[in-house]
Design a protein around this ligand. Structure first.
Ligand SMILES: [Zn+2]
Length: 353
């Protein structure tokens, strides 16, 4: 049955257009572009059972529940600071040229950069340009995720937040990987704030959600499950192996399934089956959060797995078998021509259509 699905969307993302990123040392047009969300929205608009809604403003508190105030303030002010100091002409995006790594900070004091460069101390890559519309878009993406949580709490079995920018690489005090605030993690935290004690995040993006892992690694109230390309070959390189299983109170509550190059639907669904078994054993008492990336698609320009459009329906159907209301949060996916069909395939699987 094609039950109506609330789709939380906004035009705010259109002003977050980074223009360039660096890939292997080369400036290239941003893969994470406004055209992605536009394409998804256009595909969903053809089906009246997808009901478009604007996000409602949830304020800063849900973001500050997980992210460092310095990160939030700096992202809010960085563009105006850069304009004031002439770092940008208003057209060029802000991309870092020096990182505060653990090795830099080891064994001696570090100084605090001035206003014009403090953004760099929160960045971890050169793929995540910031422009004038970025902070507002990131805030609205969080609001979209939280509004989707609201819809599910109001009784919808399934809601989809068309978040852009995405979120799962953003850590407590760190942005990167096209992500500024961790939309899915903030949604999970909102469920905890409403009284849940066992929330599951299922991350099906091609890339390991290092930010989500970091945020919940030592916690026993959020189980993080991630299927992704093996970090031995794939971004973000520094996390995502199977032996990263949580620590302290969170021991055993972080699970990674690194996948080989060209892993196809059957291979992927076998790993997903293991992940869903872990989810069931956790006995979740809240809606399921899915970090939904579609860069696992065989034609994705920056990835190397081999899923087909119908595989997303199978993924959705398998997750539906958990019997939980579900909040789907948009993450990556860069094969723009196929994005809409892939999103619909996943959502149809989740609603049993
Ligand atoms: Zn991704």
């Amino acid at each position: 049955m094609r039950v109506p699905v609330p789709v939380i969307r906004s035009d705010a993302h259109l002003a977050h257009d980074g223009l360039i990123e660096f890939l292997n040392g080369t400036p290239v047009p941003c893969f994470e572009s406004p055209a992605r969300a536009v394409a998804i929205e256009r595909a969903l608009a053809a089906d009246p059972t997808f009901v478009f809604e604007e996000p409602t403003d949830h304020g800063l508190d849900p973001i500050l529940a997980l992210h460092d105030p310095g990160l939030v303030t700096t992202l809010a002010e960085a563009w105006d600071d850069a304009l004031a100091t002439g770092m940008t002409d208003g057209l060029r995006p802000l991309l870092p040229d020096a990182f505060l790594t653990a090795a830099y900070a080891d064994g001696h004091p570090t100084s605090r950069p001035g206003r014009s460069h403090r953004l760099w101390s929160y960045a971890f890559d050169t793929a995540t340009p910031l422009v004038g519309g970025t902070y507002h878009a990131a805030r609205v993406a969080v609001d979209a995720a939280l509004t989707a949580v609201d819809r599910v709490h109001a009784g919808a079995p399934l809601a989809y937040a068309l978040c852009r920018p995405p979120g799962h690489h953003a850590g407590p005090a760190m942005y990167g990987g096209y992500c500024f605030f961790n939309n899915a993690a903030i949604a999970a935290q909102a469920l905890v704030a409403r009284g849940a004690s066992r929330v599951v995040i299922l991350d099906i993006d091609y890339h390991h959600g290092n930010g989500s892992q970091q945020l919940f690694y030592r916690r026993d109230d959020v189980l993080y499950l991630s299927l992704h390309a093996d970090p031995e070959r794939a971004y973000p390189y520094y996390s995502g192996t199977a032996d990263e299983r949580g620590a302290g109170a969170g021991e055993g509550l972080n699970r990674n399934w690194p996948l080989p190059e060209r892993a196809d639907g059957p291979r992927y669904l076998a790993a997903l089956d293991e992940a869903l078994t872990v989810a069931r054993d956790f006995a979740p008492d809240a809606p399921l959060i899915i970090s939904a990336g579609f860069d696992t698609f065989h034609a994705d320009p920056i990835a190397d797995l081999a899923l087909q459009t119908d595989d997303y329906r199978a993924i959705g159907a398998a997750a539906r078998d958990l019997g939980l209301a579900t909040v789907v949060i948009q993450e990556g996916g860069y094969a723009i021509d196929a994005l809409g069909a892939n999103v619909i395939s996943l959502l149809d699987g989740l609603r049993g259509a």
